[in-house]
Design a protein around this ligand. Sequence first.
Ligand code: MG
Length: 168
Amino acid sequence: MLRVGLGYDIHRLIAGRPLILGGRHIPYGKGLLGHSDGDCLVHAVIDAILGALALGDIGQHFPDTDPRYKDAASLPLLEEVVVRMQNEGYAIGNVDIVVIAQEPKLAPHYPGIIASLKEVLRCAERQISVKSKTHERIGPLGAGEAIASFAVCTLQKMSQAIPIRAQA
Ligand code: MG
C-alpha cells in the first residue's frame, strides 16, 4: 500500500539569525525567523509525512506556543515524526523537495542536506531529491524577504508484523 503526502512552509528572512535548511547551517548574512530554527525545508517534509499518514500538521504536533520548541532544532522534530510513521507500519518510499530561495545558491549544499535527511528518514540517498529555484525576483520571495519549501513524499506499508503467540 502506498500513501502520498504534500507539505509546504515559508519563513521570513531576517538579519542576525543563522540560516538552517535541511538541518545544515548555510553561510549567509540572514536567517529564517521562527519560533523554532525556522527550517522551512524540514518543516515541509514533516508536513508531507504527517499528510501521508493523515495525522494533521506540524502545528498540532509541535505548537509554536510551547516553550519547548523555542529555537528548537527541527531535525529532531522530524525524527519524532519518523518514529510515529514507523509505529504506524510505514517506511519512506521517496521524498522530493523544492526550496524557493532568491539567495543564496543552495546547489552546493544538496549533498550535505541529503546526508542529514537520510539518517533521520532512515532511507537511502537515492530516495531523497532536493532542488531549488529562485523566484525570478517576483514578489516577496523574489525580493529575498522569505524562503519557502515544498515537499512531497510517498510512504510504503511494510509487511505485517508477526503476531506474538501466547505461550502454550
Ligand atoms: Mg515552519
